[in-house]
Design a protein around this ligand. Structure first.
Ligand code: HEM
Length: 221
């Protein structure tokens, strides 16, 4: 019983942290789109400066970090548990094995996204803080994040490829994650579930595709 309870609690937490991370993605995407406001990065730089210096944002970042850590930790435990309890004949015994490639490889896909996040935080958090040659935005005392974005996606163009591949992984991850999060939270309804599934698939394609467009547009503009 204890195992059942804890596994239910784990699914619940996984879904909750998943929804939290999804809301972060929407906010993050909106902020990143300031890159294309056509004002030479003024709004984008003001936004990223605000993000990196405001006390309240530090607290939100801490909650975000905890959300990520909890999500990864439960995912790692669940994947290990599934590997131990489902031997090779899983495909033949379990009807849900007919499920998608994404649902059977959530652990691996999640690991890919974790590696992307480490690269991404190095690119835009670590380098912004510690790279010495980042110029200052004219007339201000803060660093030019637009310069860093252009350096990474144009001069170091291989990151553009890495980001696009990572967004494909994110899309697979969200397609399955969205649907299973609703199930884990018990939000199942004969009438509404098919609609929710469609919204989930739409979201899982639109959000990563919009993120993937960013390096491509930076390269082209
Ligand atoms: C091409 C797409 C992306 C670009 C251009 C981009 C750009 C940036 C930039 C400029 C920052 C530092 C400033 C800020 O906090 O806003 C940042 C931080 C961050 N990004 Fe992204 N990002 C992209 C995609 C993603 C994706 C897909 C994820 C998650 C899966 C993600 C997760 C994060 C996290 C966790 C931070 C640190 C948040 C913070 O310190 O407040 N980013 N990103």
């Amino acid at each position: 019983m204890k195992i059942i309870t804890s596994s239910v609690a784990q699914k619940f937490l996984m879904a909750l942290t998943g929804f939290f991370l999804i809301s972060f993605l929407i906010v993050h995407l909106t902020g990143n789109f300031l890159l294309f406001k056509g004002d030479d990065g003024v709004a984008f730089n003001a936004y990223t400066h605000f993000m990196s210096t405001t006390g309240m944002i530090r607290i939100i970042e801490l909650v975000l970090l905890l959300g990520f850590l909890l999500h990864f930790y439960i995912a790692w435990r669940t994947t290990r548990h599934n590997q131990q309890t489902r031997p090779q004949n899983y495909f033949y015994n379990n009807p849900s094995a007919s499920s998608s490639w994404a649902s059977r490889n959530m652990g691996l896909i999640g690991l890919g996204i974790l590696i992307f996040l480490i690269i991404h935080l190095h690119n835009f958090w670590f380098r912004y803080k510690f790279q010495a040659d980042i110029p200052l935005v004219q007339g201000t005392n803060y660093k030019d994040m637009l310069w860093l974005v252009q350096t990474i996606f144009i001069k170091e163009w291989w990151f553009t490829i890495i980001y696009i591949l990572a967004m494909i992984l994110l899309s697979f991850h969200l397609i399955h994650g969205f649907e299973s999060a609703f199930q884990s939270l018990g939000l199942n309804h004969k009438k509404y579930t098919p609609f929710i599934k469609k919204i989930g698939v739409l979201f899982a394609i639109l959000i990563p595709a919009s993120f993937a467009m960013i390096p491509i547009m930076v390269l082209l503009l």
